[in-house]
Each structure stands twice: as C-alpha cells, then as structure tokens.
Write a protein that binds this ligand. Structure first.
Ligand SMILES: [Zn+2]
Length: 265
C-alpha cells in the first residue's frame, strides 16, 4: 500500500501563534488514485470567494500554489486524470477547496455532511464555502449500513486489492463529520479529520509532551465542542489496537513530520 502524505495548506493563524498544516492523503490503488481531503485549491488562491479571502487571511495561509493537491499529484509524477476518487472527512473551507481542481472525480461523502452543507447551522457550519462545489461535482452519497470497525460505525466506500476505504462517522465537529479508515485487516491508517487535534491536552491522539499543547489556554469545554466527543474512544482504539491501527488528524504537523520522513509506507 503506497500512501503519500500531503500538506495541502499551511496555516499560520496569528491569533494563536501555532502553525499547522492541512493533512491530506493520496493512495495508489489498482482502481486509480484516491485522495482523502483536498485542502485549499488553486481557485482559493487565484480567485477566492469573499468568504475564502476572509478565511485565508484569518488563518494566515501563505497561499502557496505548490501546496495544492493538484500541484503535488503532478509533482509526484502522476497523471492528474488518474485521480478517480476523493473521500472527504467533511466539507469545511480548509478541507474541500481542492474539489474544483478535480471536476471529473467521484466525491464520496457521508450523506449527513451533504445535508448539513445544504442547510448549515451554527458557527461550525459557517465554515463551509459554497463556491467549493459550484462546479456541481459527482457526489456519491453514503449512509450507515450497520457495519462496524473496532466498535465504531463504519461505511464501506471503496474496496481495492491494495486497500479498503471506510467512512467512520464521528459527528460533532460538523453534523456529518467522518474519519476515513484506509487499509486491510491488520494494517490500518485512520484519518480522523477534525475529530482530534494535537494542540490541546484534551484533544490529542498521541501524547507528545506538554510543550506542544499550545492551545491549552482554551477551556476544555471549548476544545471539545470544536472537536466533538470522540477523543476518548479514539484514544482507546489506539491503546488497544495500536499494532493494527495508526491515526492522524487533519492539522497534526507532528504526525505529518514523522510520516513524511519516508514519504510513504
Ligand atoms: Zn473542520
């Protein structure tokens, strides 16, 4: 299984002084390339909507085209048309901007996330930007079917000889937020999306020392409201099945640095 770990958007939000990444994955399979999340897209930098201009400035994004998924797919030597599937953890502005760079691709999404996007509520769902799907993508909607993965609900999305892809509903951050599990029994990588973060003591997956918990000034209540309720269950999973499951979260620069030393695994 070849998985490329991509940073599709550096974040240097001046108000928290924590720089971070937008963690996306590119998986090689015999059914084509599969992207998990798409980060910021070319149009976000060349012709951003008003809302995106605000977010890019607010989050201190350097707007480097070389960080877009489409640029990196080409830089890795692939034909961009070999990207056949995109699986989104959710559709926030920093996760879904690249959709417009791959208009021919099937976009797999949990049905509840799509419904939230069509009728956003509250502050967390303000962070959708409708321009990201103005090109009318090939949505493939998925719903729970009773499947289970290590005690979590799971939704089979794609099966290839190299890896299976499952949506793991982890609602809370948004109503339809999911993790994405990639692999085969015995060897899984779980992209937790925004259901965890290494930057607050109550939200990390892997303990990396007190010094990295730079957002601890935020109250625990606030941190868990933003992240959702799944951190304890995810930590249990990693504690009990750490030999079979590794996990990353969407803005986890520390895991990204570890996983890119070999660039694939
Ligand atoms: Zn988010």
């Amino acid at each position: 299984m070849v998985i490329h770990h991509l940073n599709c958007g550096t974040l240097k939000a001046p108000f928290v002084q924590v720089d971070s990444i937008v963690y996306c994955l590119l998986v090689e399979t015999s059914s084509g390339l599969v992207l998990v999340d798409t980060g910021f897209g070319s149009r976000d930098y060349s012709a951003p909507s008003r809302k995106m201009r605000f977010f890019l400035r607010y989050m201190g994004v350097p707007c480097n085209l070389e960080e877009t998924a489409i640029f990196q797919v080409k830089a890795l030597g692939y034909d961009v048309k070999d990207v056949r599937h995109i699986i989104q953890t959710h559709l926030h502005f920093d996760h879904a901007g690249g959709l417009g760079d791959f208009p021919w691709v099937n976009i797999h999404i949990y049905k509840r996330e799509y419904l939230a996007v069509m009728n956003p509520r509250g502050i967390m769902e303000f962070a959708y930007d409708q321009s990201h799907w103005a090109h009318d993508p090939n949505w493939i909607f998925h719903e729970k079917d009773g499947s289970n993965w290590f005690g979590f609900d799971s939704i089979p999305v794609l099966e290839t000889s190299e890896a299976d892809f499952l949506l793991i509903p982890l609602p809370g951050h948004t109503r339809g937020h999911c993790g994405v599990a990639i692999g085969k029994p015995g060897n899984w990588l779980l992209h937790c999306g925004d259901a965890a973060s290494p930057y607050h003591k109550d939200t990390y997956l892997y303990h990396r020392g007190e010094s990295v918990h730079r957002l601890d000034f935020l109250s625990s209540g606030f941190a868990s409201r933003v992240i959702g309720p799944y951190v304890p269950q995810l930590r249990n999973l990693l504690q009990e099945h750490g030999q079979e499951v590794r996990a990353i979260s969407a803005h986890d620069k520390f895991s990204f640095q570890e996983n890119t030393t070999g660039f694939s695994h």
